[in-house]
Design a protein around this ligand. Structure first.
Ligand SMILES: [Zn+2]
Ligand SMILES: [Zn+2]
Length: 187
């Protein structure tokens, strides 16, 4: 799915296919390839695990042990994918907010862009959405960072309301200033 289609369709979900779950016969399914709704599917997994859990775990462990190279390759490919990287970044933000006990509300980078656009809220110039997200690589300074209006270190929540899009460098400079001034307050 491209960035654009996510913005256009919101969640990216297709409209109803008029398929009904063959188990509960109530919930609709939005996937051509599935026969069970999400809750029923999860229930089936749980049943299968409680009956054959030990065997499933043993087989899975065995498969991993037999082919560690593939397991590593899959993990690497995932954490290098854009989706994997974003999940990584949002996990880190949530973790910081949780440690600081500020709380968080789940949001995605797409939602931030959809709500606030692609202008850096700190300097007012356009953000390069194709810049590398890795410090030191291809125009990274002008790439997207999620800036917290009230920094997590100052009690800010990790939520859509408390973030704005910014340039990576603008965000870093602002963060450093913020840290300096809070250090002065402590002195
Ligand atoms: Zn169902
Ligand atoms: Zn900026």
């Amino acid at each position: 799915m491209t960035f654009k289609t996510i913005l256009q369709t919101g969640s990216g979900k297709e409209s109803s296919l008029n398929k009904i779950c063959i188990r509960c016969k109530v919930n609709e399914i939005n996937s051509k390839s599935k026969s069970y709704c999400k809750p029923c599917d999860a229930e089936r997994q749980r049943e299968r695990h409680s009956r054959h859990g030990d065997e499933i775990n043993r087989k899975q462990r065995q498969r991993r042990a037999d082919d560690p190279e593939t397991v590593r390759a899959v993990q690497r490919a995932y954490s290098n994918s854009e989706k994997g990287k974003e999940i990584d970044r949002s996990k880190k933000r949530r973790k910081r907010a949780t440690i600081a006990k500020n709380g968080f509300e789940k949001y995605t980078e797409q939602e931030v862009i959809k709500k606030y656009g692609t202008i850096c809220h700190i300097c007012g110039f356009e953000i390069d959405m194709f810049a590398s997200r890795r410090v030191g690589f291809g125009n990274w300074e002008n790439g997207l960072h999620i800036d917290h209006l009230i920094a997590i270190a100052r009690g800010g929540k990790d939520s859509l309301d408390n973030v704005r899009p910014s340039h990576a460098l603008c965000n870093i400079i602002k963060g450093a200033k913020d840290f300096e001034s809070s250090a002065q307050v402590r002195r």
